[in-house]
Design a protein around this ligand. Structure first.
Ligand code: NAI
Length: 332
């Protein structure tokens, strides 16, 4: 099959790492046409808008996008591109598969879990105000609809990917109404998936257990704030944001992206590690149904770390982005 995909190279190292992913996907033999659209700080400087309408329309048309990191221009009046895309495309599920890569130095060797984060509400609803000088209030919005669809997403994801267990992460012992609603709805959804084991964890205890023994977790589902924090914590268990892929998925569209930033210190130097965006592009292939090509890309990345000494500077090596990408392609 042939596909048209929206590509957002982004700022800083974005163009370098997304070029690397394009080369790897081409070498994997997937027939892709790219519709390239700018977004981020550089585009905002030129046009006054970091997330042009034409980009949103392109993703709505193509339904799949690969995105490099983007900077949010400093100063008031700009909403981040990530938030704009999540809202405009209703990308309600943020998915972070976190797996140990043999050969990447990290604290654990046996991590294989998925963090599923609700992406649209909770404490990130943007409803904050000063009540009186010296007292600020932020509203945590939790709706049954959002709890339902993120729970169903997590359970369906677990089933499709042959996972065994889903852990519902919450703080319902303290936030009895908001997190209580999340927990109730997730429990109800769990009943529709009897083949999957369900466990529950309070977010603080879950954080401690993740650091002590991450192998006990499989798929974890949680609200926006807990998901933001735990997805970075779990990335830290396997070597950091440079090697972890990410996706923002809705019912109609999906945007796949590396979760690291635009690394202005490395921009234009051909030194960035393209692993995260290459693995994100493999997630994209899974989503598109190109599972064989997706597995071959993942396998090539696993082998480059496990079987060779090819490394970029962030992991103690001296290869350029281009050289490291060629080593992945050689193993495809
Ligand atoms: P950052 O992730 O860009 O950099 C943190 C450190 O990690 C730096 O030392 C950088 O050199 C290194 N690093 C990051 N990615 C790397 C890679 N692929 N290979 C090798 N080293 C890598 O985070 P920072 O400095 O907080 O943010 C810089 C800019 O990126 C900001 O404008 C921020 O808004 C944006 N950002 C965008 C994100 C996105 O689009 N998803 C996520 C996080 C930050």
């Amino acid at each position: 099959m042939s596909f048209t995909i929206t590509l957002i190279p982004g700022d800083g190292i974005g163009p370098e790492v997304t070029d690397a992913a394009r080369e790897v996907l081409q070498a994997a033999g997937v027939d892709l046409t790219w519709e390239v659209h700018g977004a981020g700080a550089a585009v905002a400087e030129e046009t006054g808008n970091p997330c042009p309408e034409a980009l949103v329309k392109s993703i709505q048309r193509n339904r799949v996008a690969l995105k490099g990191p983007v900077g949010t221009p400093i100063g008031k009046g700009f909403r981040s591109v990530n938030v704009t895309l999540r809202r405009a495309l209703d990308l309600y599920a943020c998915v972070r598969p976190v797996r140990s890569l043999v050969g990447v130095p990290s604290r654990y060797e046996n991590v294989d879990l998925v963090v599923v984060r609700e992406n649209t509400e909770g404490l990130y609803s943007g409803l904050e105000h000063m009540v009186v000088p010296g007292v600020a209030e932020s509203l945590k919005i939790v709706t049954e609809r959002a709890c339902q669809r993120i729970s169903e997403f997590a359970y369906r994801h677990a089933r499709t990917n042959h996972r065994k267990r889903v852990t519902i992460v919450h703080k319902a012992n303290i936030m009895k109404l908001t997190d209580g609603l999340f927990l109730d709805v997730a429990r109800r959804v769990a009943q529709k998936f009897p083949e999957l084991e369900t466990t529950e964890a309070i977010v603080d205890a879950c954080s401690m257990q993740l650091v002590r023994d991450p192998s006990r977790y499989d798929v974890l589902v949680m609200d926006n704030l807990y998901g933001d924090i735990l997805s970075d914590l779990t990335a830290g268990l396997v070597g950091g944001l440079g090697v972890v892929p990410g996706a923002n998925i809705g019912d109609r569209c999906a945007v796949f992206e590396a979760v690291h930033g635009s690394a202005p210190d490395l921009a234009g130097k051909n030194l960035a590690n393209p692993t995260a965006v290459v693995l994100s592009s493999a997630l994209m292939l899974h989503y598109m149904g190109e599972r064989d090509a997706a597995r071959r890309v993942e396998r090539a990345v696993e082998r480059v770390y496990a079987e060779t000494d090819a490394r970029t500077g962030d992991l103690g090596g001296n290869l350029t982005t281009t050289e490291f990408t060629r080593r992945i392609i050689a193993l495809l």
